[in-house]
Design a protein around this ligand. Sequence first.
Ligand SMILES: N[C@@H](CCC(=O)N[C@@H](CS)C(=O)NCC(=O)O)C(=O)O
Length: 207
Amino acid sequence: MTDYRIILGNRRYSSWSLRGWLVLRLTGVAFEEIVIPLYRPESKAAILAHAPSGLVPALEADGIAIWDSLAIAEFLHERFPDAEEVLQIWPDEALDPGTLDANAHVVTLTHDPKFDLPVLAQALRSEAGYIGALGSRTTHRRRLTRLREQGFDPAQLARIRTPVGLDIGARTPEEIALSILAEMVAARRGRDGRPLVERRGPIHGDA
Ligand SMILES: N[C@@H](CCC(=O)N[C@@H](CS)C(=O)NCC(=O)O)C(=O)O
């Protein structure tokens, strides 16, 4: 019987790890999970002991290593073609603009145009109250060009917040998440995210 072992980072902030793990879980097969704390001096060597890419997730099955989350998904799909819950769809196909109202917050995090662009286009077609995209200004200039080609006008494109988050000097994944969530709250409450010590009016008052 095949033993399946998945090597991954913390699923809460490594979305690549989450994807590999999710697909494996949806097959219904029993598996062992090896969680490697990321971004520590010893992390790379620990991952390299399992996958030559030095990146998580990686899957071990029948003495072979499979890495890159898409390769893991492909491999598992071939092994478990009947796993009904495995969704073979792209993120934008899963995202129905009709379900996103003013309370919806959409942020793309992959930096990969093949995932980010279709999702941003769907979000722009929706009423989502907050649309953000992680990535450099150069990446965003390229995104804007592609979205303009799809017919979005400057006013529509201005809804995308990027670089996303408040300026708190965030570096780690946790800090970046905090900066994005803080901006979401500020946007929702109509505030600009300045320190409270600089606020003249009532702290909980209207913007
Ligand atoms: N394209 C790869 C990306 C994997 C990836 O970038 N993993 C990150 C964590 S989210 C990683 O292992 N980082 C560790 C490092 O760079 O040392 C996949 O789909 O699996």
